[in-house]
Write a protein that binds this ligand. Structure first.
Ligand SMILES: Cc1cc2nc3c(=O)[nH]c(=O)nc-3n(C[C@H](O)[C@H](O)[C@H](O)COP(=O)(O)OP(=O)(O)OC[C@H]3O[C@@H](n4cnc5c(N)ncnc54)[C@H](O)[C@@H]3O)c2cc1C
Length: 330
């Protein structure tokens, strides 16, 4: 006879900030819970894309580095019994009676409820559209600041005009000898607070220019840029270039799942409390979509307990609902 599969109350798919907090909160509710994460570390976009960035908009932290926020979430998660399975991708979900069979790259399990927190799925940076950019990648050309020390006393050109580009320019200003911020428009599309900080900083804007070629100049890189709507050329020689043109996300993290809640363009339609059109399948964080959704860490933190409580109410209707954390902890 086939061996019985382990059954969980709640399976959280995705270990970004939203999934981590959901896993913790489910533990507080004494739900037998697993978090399944494709990558080798928890933290989702925060750990993978901007560990060095200072985050300003998470409640309780006037400012906190991405890396530090993930480590606080890990610390909090360790206070409950939630299991974490890293390097494991959910490849299929099948309905079996009232429950679900979860098939992953490393094995199978059963679950009564699922919380999908797959964020933007697999993500890759939008690359600099210059033919030979690959030759510079990892040496003088970077798509995120993973190791701030590398940029110490160096001249750095940041390319991009959104919040993340400005955040990176300001972060680099703290160690680099000079930071330039090159953008193809005259205005930066970023939060007013970030633009104010940029105006007060030593970061030198280079606008409206677009990079069209790179060449090696000793250990440094020669950047040639063209002024928008003009033939004016600008040549700069810098130690490093950090490009922040945003990210291209995988279309559908749920591709191949037999249980596939409704959604479009890789997002899942979310009702009240993260409900989807499939009973006991919930969604939170960046992947969950509803009108005027703001894809922020704080949003995912708010959605997580609502989905966990809705899942618990659905699978254990006779259990008393939550009051607040101190009354839930054993
Ligand atoms: C450069 C940048 C700067 C940002 N700055 C801020 C900021 O200052 N403040 C703020 O609030 N927000 C910021 N954000 C947005 C914030 O990072 C996201 O809102 C947040 O990470 C969403 O969390 P999440 O848990 O929903 O998804 P994610 O962080 O995307 O995590 C989802 C996880 O699911 C995993 N996964 C996907 N598919 C599967 C599968 N099939 N099986 C197993 N695992 C899977 C992925 O590997 C990933 O780890 C920023 C984003 C970027 C890109």
């Amino acid at each position: 006879m086939a061996e019985a599969l382990e059954t969980y109350d709640i399976t959280v798919v995705g270990g970004g900030p939203a999934g981590m907090f959901a896993g913790f909160y489910a533990g507080l509710r004494n739900a037998k819970t697993q978090i399944i994460e494709s990558l080798s570390e928890l933290g989702g976009q925060v750990a993978a894309l901007y560990p060095e960035k200072t985050i300003l908009d998470v409640g309780g932290y006037p400012q906190i580095k991405g890396r530090e926020l993930v480590s606080r979430l890990e610390e909090q998660l360790k206070t409950v019994d939630t299991e974490v399975k890293l390097n494991t991708t959910v490849q299929n979900v099948r309905q079996v009676g009232d429950e679900f069979e979860i098939e992953t790259s490393t094995g199978k399990s059963m679950t009564k409820a699922i919380i999908i927190a797959t964020g933007v799925g697999a993500f890759n940076p939008r690359k600099l559209a210059v033919d030979n950019s690959d030759e510079f990648e990892g040496k003088n050309l970077f798509y995120s600041v993973k190791n701030l020390e590398h940029f110490k006393n160096r001249e750095v050109l940041v390319a991009g005009g959104g919040d993340s580009a400005i955040d990176e320019a300001l972060l680099l200003e703290s160690v680099a000898s000079q930071v330039y911020l090159l953008h193809r428009r005259d205005n930066f599309r970023a939060m007013e607070h970030s633009v104010d900080m940029l105006n007060e900083s030593t970061v030198e804007p280079v606008t409206p220019f677009l990079i069209h070629s790179l060449s090696q100049e000793g250990d440094r890189v020669k950047v040639e840029a063209k002024r928008m709507k003009s033939d004016e050329e600008k040549t700069m020689v810098v130690d490093d270039i950090v490009v922040n043109y945003g990210f291209i996300a995988q279309d559908d993290a749920l591709a191949g799942w037999e249980v596939h809640p409704d959604g479009q363009r890789g997002k899942i339609h979310s009702g009240m409390n993260g409900t989807t059109n499939v009973k006991n399948v919930f969604t939170i964080g960046d992947v969950a979509e509803y009108e005027d959704k703001q894809p922020l860490i704080a949003t995912g933190f708010g959605e997580a307990p609502m989905a966990v409580n809705a899942a618990m109410k659905s699978i254990y209707p006779d259990r008393r609902g939550p009051v607040h954390s101190t009354s839930m902890k054993r």
